[in-house]
Write a protein of this length. Sequence first.
Length: 319
Amino acid sequence: MTRIMQITQTGGPDQFTLADVALPAPRPGEVRARHLAIGLNFVDIYQRSGLYPIALPAVLGIEAAAVVEAVGDGVTELAVGDRIAYAGAVGAYAEARNLPAWRAVRIPDTMPDAVAATLLARGITAHMLQTQVFPVAPGTTALVHSAAGGLGSLLVRWAKLRGATVIATVGSPAKAALATASGADHVIVGRDADFVTEVRALTADRGVDVAYDGVGGTTLAKTLGCVRPFGTVASIGESAGPIPPIAVEDLGPRRSLVLARPSVMHYMSDPATYRRAAAEVIATGIAPSPGRSYRLADVATAHRDLEAGTTTGSAYLVP
């Protein structure tokens, strides 16, 4: 029997219930993965709350580090005992699971479980944002909200690797230190900070080339005011709540902005794209800073902490 944490209806963190299920043998093209650590992501919260619809009952979680426990017919590139990571496949809040073999990516022996479990979803998101949505290069100026978080800190590091100047926003002095350690050139501190005015001052009123907004709520409308004409705003989350409607007139013609709403889950749904991006992510050597660990049975506490903004780095579950 395999222990899972599931939800049977959407709502708050108290919706999680523990269950024991029997896993079938892997089907052709599948592997069974015995989890070592399980990544926590805001998409898990969006699905649990009902903001992002998902079929119920559901086992949440989109990424993990694992050991291959069994392989189905036709699987030739993986063997029992291989250490892997995967992302983009809902169902990770479990001790073990079956998943398509093409999702499983071998990881270096030196990579800690906590890093491997939180690397691919965030890393492939950064890859998508900085190669496809807006190609970041030397001379680019980028704005990264929530820069002390798992994804935010990774976006800072990836942008710096590509030669960009990075302006970061964080909620506290302690988180400012983390953003600076990731390489941010300028850090704006405080949940109520007038970041639009500060960004304009830092860019001589030009605005940034690209802004990454995973906060949502009323923040996105303000973020539009931070970007230069013909620049790009990438809306990548709603940690502060649903985003009020934005009128097309808020984007142009006066501002002439591009507003992107990319889905990394969609980006990771194509096997060739997924495997190419995963290989590039691992090759960079840039990894998220591990955050707090939680037992699988304590996933409700983990969700509360994520929603409250009390975590730093990339939090994860241990089966």
